[in-house]
Design a protein around this ligand. Structure first.
Ligand code: FER
Length: 542
């Protein structure tokens, strides 16, 4: 063991000497060839860069591609928001061809297509063009470059800018360069490539140096691109193969096998992006052999002494973590309605879980009755009393009842309700996006403002204030076509569809907003419980 470690170390020393030799050569070549008309590393300021849209652009040391700083772009609310640099036509002549280069960093939580774009005016009309783009995974740097982009001959007021094809993830850019035609290679590789450890679309000595550092310092981890032999291990054979490549010998870099998560950890839920109403089978309204428990709990808080019911699934085990769904009753009802003889949702839940339609989860039925509580202000009690009480006692994904831990587990928490309970649901969304990611308003609208657009705007404002991205909040709304609430909720849904904050589909791996309309059905729990049957399986997969 010790001997082989020594061998690795001495190889590494020898290779690092070779690496320094190559590195010097590359730097010299760079100096000889550099014909850059523009070069900004953001190390000594942001120059003439500014924001597009109401974003914040600033010099930042938080994520740096090279040097000491980069340009940070945050607070984006639309895909076209970003950062821009006006170009001087004395230096960049319309009709001439240049090469463009920039490092870009995706600071969002999911992958994003990052774009280097170009704006110019012709006869007073503004035109937009894309120079190049690339899909960049979350938390990674990539290079956007084009070896030849021609500034249109009649262009006035040319502007270089950066945006994303979709979404509003924050990003960083660094080392923006504009040079003569052919100066920078085209961005040709999408995604990661074996051997390209710095994702600059070139496989060269810089990658070798990174590889060597990772081999010497195990704390740095093993980048997938470093296993160039593709045998599933990162070891001396990878360095040797890379060294052969640098020496100009013909070698083949292979992809390592993709390690599949074990089947029981994979979420293989199949969404129907346009799911329609289907009632639960009749048998689901009868007791089954695996029934959960409904436990009545009392607590006291901002609205005095109150009760709620907690449904624990069959086989509840406090050493496991459970998703949790808070479901609110309608006007004139109480915390016992939903698990009482009028609705019997516990039977539907038992049958769904037993038959594998639903993962075991906890369902809580609180009440907006009592004290100064109303459907519209229940969100205060939810935050201050209900969630901490229930999740301090039962096992959910909240590591503790601190607000930070409750927020950290928000993708394992849903809130819904019927009628006035739907009114409470929209109010929870407008005020507690930090605690809850999934919403199920049933047969009721948002009581905020007068017009449908007032209601939509109230939700949109809350989303913007929260800073959450489109893949971090999900709404599955439902009602009957003959429901008295249909004329209130349907226009609100249409108004919401106009905002980019929502992508309309029931496939929450692709979007975040859906409205199920049950033909012919009216304002009655006897129908509405089947909307829960249709909608609840769509939650908690993201
Ligand atoms: C609605 C939201 C709530 C609605 C009715 C209610 C008619 C509740 C009424 C009640 O409980 O009396 O959109 O539409």
């Amino acid at each position: 063991m010790k001997k082989s470690l020594r061998v690795v170390a001495s190889f590494a020393t020898c290779l690092s000497l070779c690496a320094s030799f190559f590195a010097d050569k590359v730097v010299k070549d760079d100096v000889v060839h550099a014909q850059e008309n523009y070069n900004c590393s953001f190390d000594s300021g942001i120059g003439d860069w500014s924001g597009r849209g109401s974003v914040e652009v600033k010099q930042s040391a938080d994520n740096v591609y090279s040097g000491s700083a980069s340009l940070s772009v945050s607070g984006r609310t639309d895909n076209w928001n970003g950062c821009q640099l006006p170009l001087d036509t004395a230096t960049f002549s319309p009709g001439s061809t240049y090469s463009f280069y920039s490092a870009v960093y995706n600071a969002g939580r999911s992958e994003a297509e990052m774009m280097m774009s170009f704006q110019y005016d012709v006869d007073g009309e503004t035109k937009y063009d894309h120079i190049t783009s690339k899909t960049v995974s979350s938390g990674n740097w990539a290079i956007l470059s084009s070896s030849a982009y021609t500034i249109p001959a009649n262009a006035e007021n040319p502007v270089l800018y950066f945006e994303t094809a979709k979404g509003s993830a924050s990003f960083f850019i660094d080392d923006v360069k504009i040079g003569s035609k052919g100066e920078f290679m085209d961005t040709i590789i999408t995604g990661e490539s074996m051997g390209d450890l710095n994702n600059d679309n070139m496989i060269n000595i810089s990658d070798f140096i990174i590889m060597k550092n990772h081999m010497i310092d195990s704390k740095l981890g093993v980048p997938r691109q470093a296993d160039v032999t593709g045998d599933g291990n990162f070891d001396i054979h990878d360095l040797l193969l890379f060294f052969e490549y640098l020496n100009g010998n013909p070698v083949e870099f292979k992809e390592p096998p993709v390690v599949e998560p074990p089947a029981d950890e994979k979420d293989d839920f199949e969404y129907n992006s346009a799911v329609s109403y289907k009632s639960a089978p009749d048998s689901y309204l009868k007791p089954c052999s695996q029934s959960g428990k409904v436990i009545k709990e009392s607590y006291s808080g901002i609205n005095g002494n109150k009760s709620l019911n907690v449904y624990l699934p069959y086989g509840y085990d406090e050493s496991q973590k459970y998703d949790i769904f808070y479901l609110m009753h309608g006007g004139g009802e109480n915390e016992n309605t939903i698990f009482g003889s009028d609705v019997e949702l516990d039977l539907i839940l038992d049958n769904m879980i037993m038959n594998g339609d639903l993962e075991p989860m906890i369902v809580v039925t609180p009440t907006f009755n009592g004290g100064n509580c109303t459907a519209q202000n229940f969100y205060n009690e939810l935050r201050k009393d209900v969630i901490p009480f229930v999740e301090g006692k039962y096992s959910t994904y909240a590591e503790s009842t601190s607000e930070a831990d409750i927020a950290a587990s928000r993708k394992h928490r849903a809130y819904g309700g019927f009628s006035m309970g739907a009114v409470s649901t929209w109010a929870v969304m407008a005020n507690c996006l930090d605690l809850v990611a999934y919403y199920m308003p049933l047969s009721g609208d948002h009581w905020s403002g007068n017009s449908a657009d007032d209601k939509a705007k109230s939700i949109v404002n809350a989303i913007e204030k929260s800073g959450y991205e489109k893949d971090e909040y999900f709404i599955f709304a439902a009602t009957g076509s003959e429901d008295i609430a249909y004329p209130n909720i349907a226009p609100q849904i249409e108004a919401m569809k106009k905002y980019s904050h929502f992508t309309y589909t029931a496939d929450f791996s692709q979007g975040n907003f859906y409205f199920l309309v049950a033909p012919g059905l009216t304002h009655w729990w006897g129908y509405v419980r089947h909307y829960v049957y249709d909608a609840l399986p769509y939650f908690f997969h993201e």
